[in-house]
Design a protein around this ligand. Structure first.
Ligand code: ADP
Ligand code: MG
Length: 269
C-alpha cells in the first residue's frame, strides 16, 4: 500500500496570547509535537482524539491551510509542507476539504448549482449548470436542488452539497472535519455511507476527523489517535480497536456504547 502522505517530525505551535507578557513575544503553545506517519492512498483514515488534541490543526496542515514550524509533509513524494502559495496553486484542486458547518461554508446568497460550479470553473474542471447537476446526482440529490439556496436545505442535504462541491473537482484527497457532528443519527448514517461509497468508487484518500469512535469504526480503514499533539495509537481500525496500546485509546473506547449499537444502523439507505 503506497502512502499518499508521508509526514515526518511534524511540529506546529501557535502563539499563546492568553499568556503574553506586557512586553515581548507571547509564549508558544505546541499543538503538534513532532510526529511522523504515513497516510495510505485510497483508504479512509480516521483521526480521533479529545477536543484540543490537534486533530483540526493536523488536517489543516495536510491540505496546507497551515504551514508547520518544522518537519516534512510529502504529498505523493513531493515536499509541500513549506511551499508558498504560488507553488501550492497547482496542488490545490487535489487537496479538498469538507467543513464541519456547511451553513457557514456555503455562500448563503448563491444557489446550489453556483456553489458547486464556481470552484470547478476556478480549477478548469467544467462548471456548467449540468456539471453541477451531475455532481448533485452523485450525492443522491435530484436536479431540482440545483436552484435552491443553502437555507432551503436540511443539515444532511447541506453536507451532501459540500461533498458534491469537493468531489466535482476530482481531488486525490479529501479532509472531512467533524462533518456529521451536527446531524441527527439517521442523517449521519446516510452521509457517512455516501462518503464511503464515493471514496471507494473514486479511489479517494480521505482523512476523517471525529471525536466519535463508533463512527470511525464503521467508516475507516485506519485510525490515528491523537493526544496533546502526539500520536498515541495508529494502525488498521480492527487492530487498534482490539488491541489499543495506549490508555488514552482504551478510555476513548470505553466511552462508546458499542454493544448497544444496532449492527445495521450504518448501512441503512
Ligand atoms: P481539535 O480539532 O483536536 O479539537 P485543534 O487542532 O482545533 O484541536 O486545536 C488544538 C490546540 O490548538 C487547541 O489548544 C487550540 O486552542 C489551539 N489552536 C487551534 N487553532 C489555533 C489558532 N489559530 N491560534 C491559536 N491557537 C489555536
Ligand atoms: Mg477540531
Amino acid at each position: 500500500m503506497s502512502a499518499l502522505f508521508s509526514v515526518r517530525d511534524l511540529c506546529l505551535s501557535f502563539p499563546d496570547r492568553a499568556h503574553k507578557p506586557l512586553f515581548g513575544a507571547a509564549p508558544r503553545n505546541e499543538v503538534l509535537k513532532g510526529f511522523s506517519l504515513d497516510i495510505p492512498e485510497g483508504q479512509i483514515t480516521g483521526i480521533v482524539g479529545e477536543s484540543g488534541s490537534g486533530k483540526s490543526t493536523f488536517g489543516r496542515v495536510l491540505v496546507r491551510l497551515l504551514e508547520p514550524d518544522s518537519g516534512q509533509v510529502l504529498f505523493d513524494g513531493q515536499e509541500i509542507g513549506h511551499l508558498g502559495e504560488a507553488a501550492l496553486r497547482p496542488l490545490r484542486r487535489d487537496l479538498q476539504m469538507i467543513f464541519q458547518d456547511p451553513m457557514s461554508s456555503l455562500n448563503p446568497r448563491h444557489r446550489v448549482w453556483r456553489i458547486i460550479s464556481q470552484p470547478m470553473k476556478r480549477y478548469g474542471r467544467g462548471g456548467t449548470k449540468s456539471d453541477a447537476i451531475a455532481a448533485l446526482d452523485k450525492v443522491g440529490l435530484p436536479p431540482a436542488f440545483a436552484e435552491r439556496y443553502p437555507h432551503e436545505l436540511s443539515g444532511g442535504q447541506r453536507q451532501r452539497v459540500g461533498i458534491a462541491r469537493a468531489i466535482a473537482l476530482e481531488p486525490r484527497f479529501i479532509l472531512a472535519d467533524e462533518i456529521v457532528s451536527g446531524l441527527d443519527v439517521s442523517s449521519q448514517a446516510q452521509v457517512l455511507s455516501l462518503l464511503k461509497d464515493l471514496a471507494r468508487d473514486m479511489g479517494l484518500t480521505v482523512a476523517f476527523i471525529s471525536h466519535d469512535l463508533s463512527v470511525i469504526r464503521h467508516l475507516c480503514d485506519n485510525v490515528i489517535v491523537l493526544n496533546h499533539g502526539e500520536i498515541v495509537d495508529h494502525g488498521p481500525v480492527a487492530e487498534v480497536f482490539e488491541r489499543p496500546s495506549s490508555e488514552i485509546t482504551k478510555t476513548l473506547l470505553s466511552a462508546i456504547p458499542l454493544p448497544e449499537l444496532d449492527a445495521g444502523w450504518f448501512d441503512e439507505p
